[in-house]
Design a protein around this ligand. Structure first.
Ligand SMILES: Cc1cc2nc3c(=O)[nH]c(=O)nc-3n(C[C@H](O)[C@H](O)[C@H](O)COP(=O)(O)O)c2cc1C
Length: 169
């Protein structure tokens, strides 16, 4: 891995994983990388749960019932903390989602660096999540992030070109 562009290109959504367990050192490493993420006013309004036991994974399957997800070996849940996040005084806009998104992408890029795959999942049922997991009022789930050793093949990336994303203001 030579450049950031290599890493960014290598990061992809992995939806099929080997059964073998991820070493604790790798989990510690990617969490350290995520902890370094910037956040509004440095409030760091993120929490993360690591779910590897069958009971927890079954609860997650009730919130996101896609076929591929049924066999993931492990999953992080990245949560926002509304009690900690910065709200912009002009309009009250809560920045928790932005902060959690940056944190999550740090997790994903660090996982890629150490040979792991991840997939952002936001299309889960938050009400079912609340039924399954007993969360304090300030916390809410933002991303489910299955992770493990990839067992599928990289596909060509479809991305807008620089010309397509640049606009004049
Ligand atoms: C905010 C966000 C939400 C996503 N939610 C889902 C999801 O619910 N299920 C899923 O299979 N993929 C989900 N994805 C993965 C995207 O489909 C994927 O990132 C996109 O197609 C680009 O492919 P790549 O990640 O392999 O580069 C999500 C990605 C992001 C950033």
């Amino acid at each position: 891995m030579e450049t950031f562009l290599n890493l960014a290109e290598m990061r992809r959504s992995v939806r099929r994983f080997e059964g073998r367990e991820v070493e604790q050192e790798k989990i510690d490493y990617i969490l350290d990388c995520a902890r370094m993420a910037p956040s509004a006013v440095n409030y760091q309004p993120w929490r993360v749960a690591i779910i590897r036991d069958e009971e927890g994974l079954e609860k997650l399957r009730k919130c996101y019932s896609r076929e591929w997800f049924a066999s993931v070996p492990a999953c992080m849940v990245i949560l926002g903390d509304k009690g900690r996040s910065w709200k912009r005084p002009y309009d009250g806009h809560d920045h928790a989602d932005i902060d959690v998104a940056i944190f999550t992408e740090h997790l994903c890029l660090a996982a890629t660096e150490v040979g792991l795959g991840t997939c952002w999942v936001c299309y889960f049922d938050p009400e079912e999540f609340a039924r399954q997991f007993d969360l304090p009022d300030n916390l809410y789930p933002v991303v489910l992030l299955p992770f493990g050793y990839p067992a599928d093949q990289a596909q060509p990336k479809k991305r807008l070109s620089t010309e397509e994303i640049l606009i004049d203001l």
